[in-house]
Design a protein around this ligand. Structure first.
Ligand SMILES: Nc1nc2c(c(=O)[nH]1)N[C@H]1C(S)=C(S)[C@@H](COP(=O)(O)OP(=O)(O)OC[C@H]3O[C@@H](n4cnc5c(=O)[nH]c(N)nc54)[C@H](O)[C@@H]3O)O[C@H]1N2
Ligand SMILES: Nc1nc2c(c(=O)[nH]1)N[C@H]1C(S)=C(S)[C@@H](COP(=O)(O)OP(=O)(O)OC[C@H]3O[C@@H](n4cnc5c(=O)[nH]c(N)nc54)[C@H](O)[C@@H]3O)O[C@H]1N2
Ligand code: SF4
Ligand SMILES: [Mo]
Length: 773
């Protein structure tokens, strides 16, 4: 807890990207004043990047909330007290539920890059309101990949670059965006080693591409041709290890028949990569002892998104790279965030959070539900319609969809068309500014917090962070907010708590027995398990750690689902006792705990398809493969540039830092363009241009970059926020990208947006006045 001046180093974690590196910090009053890496963190092992130093900009942002807010008819907000807020929200949701059913309410979000604990409590609210549909940012990036992964393996995989001979990055720039533990250290190690190779598939000469042995600089949006050519080279040059396939896969003959027909030279030409380079990079993959491959937004937010995820997997699976040190491997999740594999898995994975099973498609557009999520891009269409099954209300937690989803204008319209919208956030965000009610959460440093992005192999860690500060006055933790809501809804209350509270006083074993007994007799206990845990076990947790109570239930589930991985990590024996020990270890370890330790052979046990064989054949994608023969992506003469709307750079942090002054050195929010294109437009570095897309216009400062191909421009993600400074002035720095993007430009299967390939027009302008249309 905070004291006025503290020279003590307190442990916490960075919340800027999914790695959540362990930190040690010193605080002074309400501020974080010094930050260094935590060497004891079981995953980051003392690694940090520069962004962690700016954590105080999150903690002490000027637009943080300190009271519940209610929207007035004129669009302004008034502060109200918590009892009023909870009472009114519960009453209004209950009315919507009884009028249209819980399926008319969408739950969106549940955690951003490093605050996922609150989302576990939302489970109780979701059940109490009978909510059937959920979505979050994963449904605008990872659902295509998850769908493919479900069809091919039924489980999630992660790369093992530390041990890989060859690393392949597809539409991914780990130097900036990270994505695996200690990214820069591992990249440097690989670069230095003459026997290891880095292959980058990216139109830009990124920092990672600069380090690569092979840079396949595809033309923007042509990865499908590049990957199809690589898979064809593997098949046509006889680089398929047949014995491996006989043992491990199905569908080889079907896919080989398709790939045999692919004209490699023509596809190399379409993607703009020299055929000889493409062939030698492909041979490098086929001949290596181990290859790990990581794809990300460059292909996932692009045309052929789902197809690219499939072709990427074919590259490493056709060449037999799976289930060994240095290849991609199945990781052991602590809490399963993904519902992938529902289609083909022998046993459909149970939702660890127990979220009610939604229909397989969204109510209005009939879009596929993948990972239990409706595609982000269809949300406005699910609201702005007179369809009787349309969504009528939204519950938004720890997310900023007005800013982060395609077509901000439409998202604002959709929110205002709802009968009720409620936002839980720490700041008065762009989304909060459209909501009927805004509930202020205590920050990630004022409560127990954790990430469920636990994807490392073979050892996997979980880090329950302790609070650095008291809760800001007027704020509540998500656990407390959800508990108050479900109690106000009458879903649970003292009748469920009494006995369990008594048992908790006696220790975890009596508590576990009482919980089992009580939940068999009273359905409300199991149904509201997270809130019941918070109300009964929470009070016996160390001060400030109450919100960690739901982890007790997650430990119980985890140990039952993964007894071997848990036992190897030291949590073996009777599952109930082992789970209790794991829970105690988690609560008592400020740097985090290794909860899973697996052998690489676990990757095969994790394949949840018949015979634990990987399936190589996805017939649904055949028409897309065949369409490639028609030639490269069309160019619209009116919008001759390809805009990549959302590049990760040193100045980006999603929207965790809302105050742009966090970024101290170098350009901020510039449009990167090749010197040649800039010269043709008559501009120089520092000039301003207007970028116009089919959806809108925005102004940006020009930065000349040799990294970009002619015809390709890029803008950074997460900027252009409307930040209210301490002096009350609302400032917007950088481009609010989704004023420029549309909801219809999306993948035909997963509905993921094509943000990396937005057709655009660029004109030089004399002023720097920002416009949005
Ligand atoms: N600094 C920083 N780090 C972050 C974040 C942040 O905001 N700031 N955000 C985090 C989040 S939420 C995520 S999802 C990850 C995303 O991490 P990345 O996916 O690595 O990030 P991006 O820079 O959006 O896109 C990656 C690459 O795609 C390339 N690209 C553009 N068009 C194409 C194309 O047509 N084909 C190919 N092959 N590549 C193309 C770009 O040149 C870029 O290098 O980063 C995380 N890390
Ligand atoms: N055009 C374009 N759009 C993009 C992208 C792109 O590249 N291009 N990238 C996309 C990607 S990959 C992602 S992941 C999304 C991210 O977009 P979002 O999912 O909207 O997430 P964040 O920007 O991380 O914002 C998280 C919110 O959580 C709030 N918050 C922080 N701490 C707490 C807390 O303790 N409790 C609560 N309740 N709230 C808290 C923050 O104030 C913030 O409003 O953006 C996407 N949007
Ligand atoms: S931004 Fe990511 S890599 Fe950098 S310190 Fe934070 S969590 Fe670690
Ligand atoms: Mo993301």
């Amino acid at each position: 807890m905070s004291s006025p001046e503290s020279t003590e180093w307190k442990k916490t974690a960075c919340i800027i990207c999914a790695l959540n590196c362990g930190l040690e910090v010193q605080t002074k009053g309400p501020r974080i004043i010094r930050i260094r890496a935590d060497k004891e963190h079981p995953i980051s092992h003392g690694y940090l990047c520069e962004k962690a130093q700016r954590m105080d900009y999150y903690q002490n942002g000027a637009d943080r909330l300190s009271s519940p807010m209610r929207r007035r008819a004129d669009g302004s907000y008034e502060a109200i007290d918590w009892d009023t807020a909870i009472g009114e929200i519960a009453e209004k949701f209950a009315a919507i539920k009884s009028k249209y059913g819980g399926e008319s309410i969408l739950y969106y979000g549940g955690g951003s890059q490093g605050n996922h604990l609150g989302g576990t409590y939302a489970d109780s609210t979701i059940k109490a309101l009978g909510i059937q549909y959920r979505s979050n940012a994963l449904a605008q990036e990872k659902t295509g990949e998850a769908w493919v992964q479900g069809k091919m393996m039924g489980s999630g995989v992660h790369c093992d670059f530390e041990h890989a001979e060859v690393a392949v990055f597809l539409g991914k720039n780990p130097w900036q965006s990270h994505g695996f533990a200690r990214s820069r250290v591992i990249l440097r190690d690989m670069q230095k080693d003459p026997n290891r190779f880095i292959i980058v598939i990216d139109p830009c000469k990124t920092e990672t591409a600069e380090m690569a042995d092979y840079h396949l600089a595809v033309k923007p949006g042509t990865d499908a041709w590049c990957l199809a050519a690589m898979t064809a080279i593997i098949v046509q040059e006889g680089l398929v290890p047949m014995a491996w396939h006989e043992e491990h896969t199905t569908g080889l003959n079907d896919i080989v028949a398709v790939l045999r027909r692919i004209p490699v030279s023509r596809y190399a030409q379409i993607c703009g990569v020299d055929e000889a380079l493409l062939r030698s990079a492909t041979r490098c993959i086929a001949q290596a002892k181990s290859v790990s491959m990581l794809e990300d937004l460059g292909v996932q937010m692009n045309i052929h998104s789902t197809l690219n995820s499939y072709l990427n997997r074919l590259v490493w699976l056709l060449t037999g790279h799976y289930g060994r040190p240095g290849t991609n491997n199945a990781f052991v999740p602590f809490l399963n965030l993904s519902h992938s594999g529902r289609d083909q898995a022998k046993k459909a994975p149970k939702s660890a959070t127990g979220v009610p099973k939604a229909g397989r498609t969204s109510p209005v557009t009939g879009s596929k539900i993948i990972m239990g999520l409706i595609p982000c891009n269809v949300i406005p269409e699910e609201i702005l319609t007179d369809h009787p099954k349309r969504l009528r209300a939204m519950f938004i937690e720890s997310s900023n969809p007005v800013h982060s989803l395609a077509d901000s204008q439409k998202m604002r319209e959709a929110l205002r068309a709802l009968e009720l919208s409620v936002v839980i956030d720490v700041a008065m965000t762009e989304t909060a500014q459209q909501a009927d009610y805004v509930l202020p959460a205590s920050s990630a440093f004022e409560k127990a917090e954790a990430t469920f992005f636990n994807i490392e192999v073979p050892k996997n860690g979980f880090h329950l962070r302790q609070p650095l500060f008291e809760q800001r006055k007027g704020t509540l933790t998500e656990a407390e907010i959800h508990a108050r809501l479900v109690e106000a809804l009458g879903a649970v209350g003292p009748a469920q708590y009494g006995l369990l509270r008594k048992a908790a006083r006696w220790g975890l074993l009596p508590y576990a027995l009482a919980f089992g007994w009580k939940s068999m007799r009273d359905k409300r206990v199991a149904r509201n398990a997270p809130v019941v845990l918070y109300r009964t076990l929470g009070p016996y947790m160390p001060k400030g750690m109450e919100a960690g109570a739901s982890l007790w239930g997650i430990c119980q589930m985890y140990v039952r689902q993964q007894p071997q991985a848990a036992a190897r990590a030291g949590f073996g024996g009777h599952s109930l006792l082992a789970a209790n020990r794991l829970f105690k270890a988690i609560v008592g370890s400020p740097s985090g705990v290794v909860y899973a330790d697996t052998e690489y052979s676990h990757s095969w046990k994790a394949v949840r398809l018949p015979g634990q064989r990987i399936n190589l054949w996805i017939p649904e994608l055949l028409p897309e493969i065949e369409k490639l023969a028609q030639g490269g992506p069309a160019v619209d003469a009116q919008y001759p540039f390809v805009l990549s709307a959302g590049e990760r750079r040193t100045e980006t942090s999603n929207t965790t830092f809302r105050d742009s002054t966090w970024h101290k050195k170098g350009p901020f929010g510039t449009l990167r363009i090749s010197p040649q294109d800039a010269a043709e437009l008559g501009c120089q570095a520092g000039d301003w241009v207007r970028v116009t897309t089919r959806r809108g216009s925005a102004d940006a400062e020009v930065e000349l970059s040799e990294a970009l191909q002619s015809g390709h421009v890029s803008l950074p993600n997460g900027l252009g926020l409307d930040y209210r400074r301490a002096d009350g002035v609302v400032e917007r720095k950088g481009v609010s990208l989704n004023e420029l993007t549309g909801v219809m430009e999306r993948d035909p299967i997963a509905g993921t947006p094509w943000h990396k390939r937005v057709p655009a027009r660029i004109e030089r302008i004399p002023t720097s006045a920002p416009v949005t249309a």
